[in-house]
Ligand binder design. Structure first.
Ligand code: ADP
Ligand code: MG
Length: 603
């Protein structure tokens, strides 16, 4: 019998490998940009035609290659970046597998033009479907230009899987943005179908680069993060809860400056915003995670997109603490200057195709076309000492037109209650425009923060119930509650066992006096039952308790008197996170004067 097993020819191997490394135009761009950066380029120009189908070109001014290397680099496992297995443990470059170019060359028509600084001439190599067509001397600037044409021309199956030009472009753009953020000092240009999409100056700082990419106004909705814990440093920016997106495409994560996705990072971000934004929404984030390279494994996946952490717990702690601190700080707008957005810069809305416009305050510092407020201004009253100082009015001057950039977590510097509509919503006039407030959501937020402060400092005052209430829970919930009886006591919930799965509630936190014991206990039991096993830390329990308590303390039928509304608006303004209720519903909706002007056709 003859043998049937054969070694596959290189061409076939490369085509198979291409399936892993190159799945769409964006992955080609990623490999080429990484190679350019690895070659020490300080300037990179990217040209795309027809969603990358027709052309993906990356021209760099890096160190270039000589003729031999220009040929060798197209071979599988040809790399200048590592030499021995030990090098794998200390990878300082993007590349090291030496397979990207071979794979790309196998499924496209590739032209490579390259010259080293000390060489008189450059080299041009043309290759099609992995076969070298031509090698010749060619004039070339110092550096390398890779042009990939007709991607997947010989892999019809892959070609069919490509999406519309627009979708492919969105992915390509995302790749470009990632490296533009990570390499703020490199000059970058992106040309799409002969139109310049970006021209970014070299030698920038991260803040300057972000301002160029996102616009100054978007930058103002971001809060700086900088935190180190357990050997992990997290720095960058995250958005305030009122600026969210329908997906994670505006979450840029870098691990040791390498764009990376790690499920755990997305998870930690979601966790930090859990009770701040509605389910299914995602904050904007630019996060740089720095840690000892031996703590990260980048060699998990051929595209190196996903990284793995040796100690995910440390990362999660650092992220959670860092994000929380950033969101709570009523910090200055980042970037060291509080200048309002300047006109002419692209903003987030133009830059991305957002599924939602940020619920923002006006972009500019000037209220064009809006007359000075015809109403007497209400000065916020002196507030009691228990309220954080952030409520103290920022606008102290008498010129009512004076604008206060978002220097404070308070959504308004002053306000006037216009009235209540629909028997529920409260309409406010503020310095920035119209605000509609949901008093129930606002009330929940206020109670939540008050209670959280008490609980965190162990100073929850309790109030005994005149008539203790018995509550019977389904067995699994009863079990979950029984485990935490003691913890509840310190949180101000007087809870005893009454036999079987019945409990008796005889005391509530005083500030939540109106809570209904049965709905409180049911809510609480539900989150205990559905929470992850490791989420029963005291902080988590406290938060769940607060969420449940506020919900049941504020009931729909509660009618607010005018004086109460006024107080509520002030209290909400003083909250650390005033924009959402503890369950993520918005407390306020803004309509800025800019938006009104636009809608009425005033320029
Ligand atoms: P890797 O990046 O993993 O080494 P590649 O297939 O992407 O593998 O590239 C192979 C080799 O080609 C690199 O190691 C590098 O020496 C060379 N090379 C690729 N692109 C460039 C470039 N733009 N400038 C200089 N050298 C390059
Ligand atoms: Mg490479």
């Amino acid at each position: 019998m003859s043998s049937v097993i054969q070694l596959l020819p290189d061409l076939v191997i490369n085509k198979i490998a291409a399936g892993e490394v190159v799945d769409r135009p964006a992955s080609v761009l990623k490999e080429l940009m990484e190679n350019a950066l690895d070659a020490g380029a300080t300037s990179i120009e990217v040209t795309l035609v027809d969603g990358g189908r027709k052309l993906i070109q990356v021209a760099d001014n890096g160190r270039g290659m000589n003729r031999d290397d220009a040929l060798l680099c197209l071979e599988r496992h040809a790399t200048s970046k590592i030499r021995e297995a030990e090098d794998l443990d200390r990878i300082g470059t993007f590349g090291f597998r030496g397979e990207a170019l071979a794979a790309i060359a196998a499924v496209s028509r590739l032209t490579l033009v390259t010259r080293q600084a000390d060489a008189a001439n450059g080299t041009e190599v043309q290759i099609s479907g992995g076969k070298i067509l031509e090698v010749r001397e060619a004039g070339s600037p110092v550096g390398t230009t890779m042009s990939i044409r007709n991607l997947f021309f010989n892999v019809p199956a892959r070609r069919r899987f490509l999406r519309s030009d627009q979708t492919e472009l969105a992915h390509l753009r995302q790749v470009f943005l990632l490296y533009a953020i990570a390499y703020e000092s490199v000059a970058l240009r992106l040309v799409i179908d002969e139109r310049e999409a970006y021209r970014l100056a070299g030698g920038s700082t991260v803040t300057e680069r972000l301002r160029e990419l996102l616009g100054a106004s978007a930058l103002q909705a971001l809060r700086p993060v900088d935190h180190a814990a357990e050997g992990v440093r997290v720095h960058g920016f995250v958005s305030l809860p009122h600026t969210t997106r329908g997906d994670r495409s505006e979450q840029f994560v870098f691990v040791n400056r390498r764009p990376a996705s790690a499920p755990i990072v997305g998870f930690a971000i979601s966790e930090a915003y859990q009770q701040l934004i509605p389910r299914g929404r995602h904050p904007v984030a630019v996060l740089f995670i720095e840690l000892d390279p031996v703590e990260v494994d980048v060699n998990v996946h051929p595209t190196k997109k996903e990284v793995r952490f040796r100690n995910p717990g440390a990362l999660r702690t650092a992220l959670a603490e860092g994000l929380r601190a950033a969101l709570q700080a009523s910090a200055q707008p980042q970037g060291g200057d509080a200048t309002p957005a300047t006109a002419g810069l692209p903003n987030l809305r133009q830059l991305f195709s957002p599924s939602e416009r940020p619920m923002s305050r006006p972009d500019t510092g000037q209220l064009e076309g809006v007359p000075a407020f015809p109403y007497p201004r209400i000065e916020p009253q002196q507030v009691s000492s228990t309220v954080p100082s952030s409520v103290v009015p920022v606008a102290q001057s008498d010129t009512v037109e004076r604008k206060v950039p978002g220097t404070d977590s308070s959504p308004w510097a002053w306000f006037r209650v216009v009235g209540q509509v629909g028997g529920l919503y409260v309409v406010l006039e503020t310095e920035d425009g119209l605000v509609v407030m949901d008093p129930q959501a606002a009330h929940e937020r206020v109670l939540f923060e008050r209670y959280m402060t008490e609980a965190a400092t162990g100073t929850v005052a309790t109030q005994g119930l005149l008539i203790p209430e018995t509550v019977t829970l389904p067995p699994p919930r009863a079990r979950a509650v029984r485990k935490h009886l003691e913890a509840f006591a310190t949180l101000g919930l007087g809870l005893g066992e009454f036999g079987g799965d019945t409990f008796v509630v005889d005391a509530l936190p005083a500030c939540l006096g109106k809570a209904s014991p049965s709905s409180l206990l049911n809510d609480l039991a539900e989150s205990l039952e559905t929470g992850l096993p490791r989420q029963t830390a005291p902080g988590w329990l406290r938060e769940k308790m607060a969420q449940a308590a506020c919900r049941s303390a504020v009931r729909a039928k509660d009618q607010l008197a005018v004086a109460e509304i006024d107080r509520l608006v002030r209290q909400l303004g003083a909250c650390d996170m005033p924009y959402t209720c503890p369950h993520g519903r918005p407390t306020v909706i803004f309509m800025g004067y800019n938006e009104l002007n636009r809608k009425f056709g005033r320029s």
